[in-house]
Design a protein. Structure first.
Lengths: 119, 145
């Protein structure tokens, strides 16, 4: 199994990014490139479905942090769903659960993203 | 081979390359379980070790892959200690200032979170330098309650 594989699909106006594996200093480049490509292509509402993400280090958090202001300046957002316990703990320990909207599953996140897309 | 070695501690030396991070974090997680820590705590220890070794590779050695990073695991009744040695650039005192999470959230930026994670997930994080040998050490301690 690859250290990190990334699938991106479009659901309405939301770009859903599914990282599978782990994100650390070794794998972060692929994750960062996938995020930046979405933003460059004009996708400003991005959902990270983390159901298959076993681990994320500060390198991965930095990649997300680096784009949050850009997407919000374009009335978009980065949402998170399906966090495994240890991944949630990392976000929560750093207080990032106040910065990002976290949802139990993808459908909840998509439903929450829909109103802002219509507006 | 182990007759002269204290059975409660052992060392691993890896090249200063990020490709080995997952090997090290996996080891740290397993070691935590062996030490008697629970799954959630073991995950935290492995993250702290990832951050510490990443700092060595990227900052102490500036991403140069031909150096060595030496790890020692020490199992005591009271704690699991993970000592990480390198011969690269030591961390300066002014680099040890932890970012304030609230300020960080107000002004998002890249970087600066590794030390914060290490300090939050471990009971003690210590940095030492030995000028005579040119070696630097990061010591991570997790108490066993």
């Amino acid at each position: 199994m690859a250290d990190l594989s990334i699938v991106v699909r479009q659901v309405g106006e939301v770009a859903v990014l599914l990282p599978a594996g782990f994100i650390n200093a070794h794998t972060v480049l692929g994750f960062e490139e996938a995020l930046e490509k979405l933003v460059q292509d004009g996708h400003y509402t991005i959902l990270l479905n983390c159901k298959d993400l076993s681990y994320i280090s500060s390198a991965g958090l930095g990649a997300i942090m680096g784009l949050i202001e850009t997407v919000r300046e374009h009335d978009g957002d980065i949402l998170l769903s399906n966090l495994q316990d240890n991944v949630f703990t990392i976000f929560d320990t750093l207080g990032f659960t106040q910065l990002y909207r976290v949802f139990g599953d993808e459908n909840q996140a998509l439903a929450a993203a829909a109103p802002e897309q219509k507006g | 081979m182990v007759s002269e070695v204290d059975q409660a501690q052992f060392r691993l030396i890896i090249p200063s390359q990020t490709r080995y991070l997952n090997l090290v974090t996996g080891l740290a997680k397993r070691a935590s379980l062996v030490a008697g820590l629970d799954d959630a705590t073991a995950a935290k220890v492995s993250i702290a070790v990832d951050e510490a070794v990443t700092n060595v590779i990227l900052h102490a050695y500036h991403g140069e892959g031909e150096h060595s990073v030496e790890l020692e695991l020490r199992f005591t009744e009271a704690a699991l200690e993970i000592h990480i040695w390198h011969s690269g650039q030591g961390i300066r005192g002014d680099q040890l200032v932890l970012p304030d999470p609230k300020e960080y959230i107000k002004h998002p930026r890249k970087g600066g979170l590794g030390l914060l994670l290490m300090s939050r997930f471990m009971d003690e994080v210590k940095f030492k330098s030995d000028e005579a040998s040119g070696r630097n050490e990061c010591c991570l301690i997790k108490k066993i309650s």
